[in-house]
Design a protein around this ligand. Sequence first.
Ligand code: HEM
Length: 204
Amino acid sequence: MHSQAHDVGAPSLLEALRTGTALLHVALEKRLPFFSERLDADWYRRLLQAYYGFYRQVESVLHDSGLIPDGYDGALRVKTPTLVHDLYALGLDDHTINNLPRCFELPTLDTPAACLGALYVLEGATLGGQVLRREMVQRLGVTAENGGAFLNIYGVETGRRWKDFLDYLGDQPLDATAKQRAVEAARSTFRCFEQWLDSQEVLL
Ligand code: HEM
């Protein structure tokens, strides 16, 4: 337990992240084509390619920063390899994957708090993935074997891993300024992702 007497009554980090990103989540969700009648196999592949261009960059910045607070199991939670696996399943080879466009307009992840904010967004996205996974099976016949592993990245462990992540977040002794940094980074992660997907012309 961390003593945060000065913080009594202030929103927890999780509450601040939720409040700070709720509208951005709704906005992005509306523009993603997963539920669109017009989504076809080609659009899905382009969408996953664009996801790769963002996740590869942001995961590498997070990893290289050395700023992620102890207790986060990066090897367990890394998502880029699963996107690569899906892209192989969709017919891309190493050369093509390595030459896919990548996002360089990324959130500034220069403090441990900022890293936590970005991780909140990437981990939270696994929850929505459960809804999207079912939709992609029904709509396009995409399963974990033929290009949809990313959407079900934690499988039956999704709920448990999210809970573990929330415990990890709850254990972080952040003061009000650090919390603010985390929220700014989470908001920036949503915005950068949306702008990137937009630039790749995969949004509605
Ligand atoms: C059409 C696409 C999406 C749908 C349908 C969707 C849906 C959902 C659902 C159902 C939840 C779980 C809510 C709950 O269990 O309380 C959730 C949580 C979340 N999603 Fe999404 N999502 C989508 C895309 C995304 C994307 C692209 C991101 C970020 C890159 C994202 C980030 C989050 C976060 C951070 C949470 C956790 C919120 C919290 O409980 O604190 N989602 N989403």
